[in-house]
Design a protein around this ligand. Sequence first.
Ligand SMILES: Cc1cc2nc3c(=O)[nH]c(=O)nc-3n(C[C@H](O)[C@H](O)[C@H](O)COP(=O)(O)OP(=O)(O)OC[C@H]3O[C@@H](n4cnc5c(N)ncnc54)[C@H](O)[C@@H]3O)c2cc1C
Length: 383
Amino acid sequence: MDFGFTDEQNLLRESVRRLMQKHAPPEYVRQHDRERTYPEELFQACAAAGLLALPFPEDYGGAGGSLLDMTIVAEEIARVSADLVMAYTGNIFCGLNLLRKGTEEQKRCWLPKLFAGEIKFSISMSEPDAGSDIGAMRTTAVRDGNEWIINGQKIWASMAGAKNNVINLYVKTDPGAHYRQGLSLFLVDSDAPGLTLRKLDMLGRRATGTYELTFDRVRVPPDRLVGGENKGWDVVMSGLQVERATSSAGNVGAAQGVVDLAVQYAKERKQFGRAIGANQAIAHMLADMATEVEAARTLMWRAAWLASNGHDALREISMAKLFTSETYVKVANLGMQVFGAFGYCAEFDMERHYRDARAATIAAGTSQIQRNLIANLMGLKLQ
Ligand SMILES: Cc1cc2nc3c(=O)[nH]c(=O)nc-3n(C[C@H](O)[C@H](O)[C@H](O)COP(=O)(O)OP(=O)(O)OC[C@H]3O[C@@H](n4cnc5c(N)ncnc54)[C@H](O)[C@@H]3O)c2cc1C
């Protein structure tokens, strides 16, 4: 058994850490959270450093990296902010779906622009009445001559309002069919005529932002259909393991960020003439937090390693998504206890972690849905 990383991977981790120190110092993160503005400079710095091209084949201008490499990047960015990491991973999931399911023309058209930071990709599936139950989706695309016309409403679309964003939009193209046979994926510019965006007032993840989208006869040319008509579910499934492995890595990185902050604070904060970390109650709390994060990391790495090496890792990836997200929520809660009132104050980073963490067990498949999946794979037939 080898738990080590290659020299290149250690170098990658170190370079992302340095990039974050330079382009996302604490005041940058706080400002974008406070002002609810997209971290455009950080996104451009990631593009310039070649991180957006990392897991793509060299044939398309990529760096030929693996899923494991992506988890390293996601962990390091999230260590600084669970919100900002979305600006990296969200783009990459969509780009990898295009790589797997797009036509040669689509790949040659979109991927270089993504790698150069000229465009962004966000994903939009959820609707007011279709959250965990994707089959309840009602937004449709209907053929009109050579084009498609989209009508309907989407919600919770992360990053949809970022500059030069292209929404990876899942809609019904055969409303009568089961969703596995009736969904299609379209690439829709976020400034397309007939599309209205409304930024939602969310508890956390305020820099990347979450949007409601209304489509009123939005026209889309045929070359924006990815993966073929009614093949949207195949696209979703092809990217599911990568999406959940990378979001698990983000949860681990963010949880580690919480532990780092809490340990440092426990050493510095003095009450009753001694550091609060000299109290066993606090020291044990920190030891438990560090242990949970280490367990979450090991689960995530094994799942990512399995998927990276071509094994079906649905079970391990679902377990990693479940455990890492719950770990982030748990340690953010304890981290606030270590910080006392300073943790409850928006001038300190623990408060942001507490808010950002809460989305982790909801977005990208809730904890309950992960448990359903795991139980199903154990042969339990849930109703
Ligand atoms: C910050 C944030 C960002 C997001 N970004 C995006 C995005 O970019 N694009 C996008 O398309 N969506 C996005 N989402 C939406 C996310 O995917 C949904 O919130 C998620 O799928 C759950 O749907 P829901 O919120 O409607 O909850 P519901 O599905 O209504 O569930 C409510 C509760 O019931 C439980 N539940 C539902 N069904 C079952 C079941 N069968 N068994 C057991 N329990 C069940 C759930 O676990 C949950 O606890 C985002 C959400 C958040 C919070």
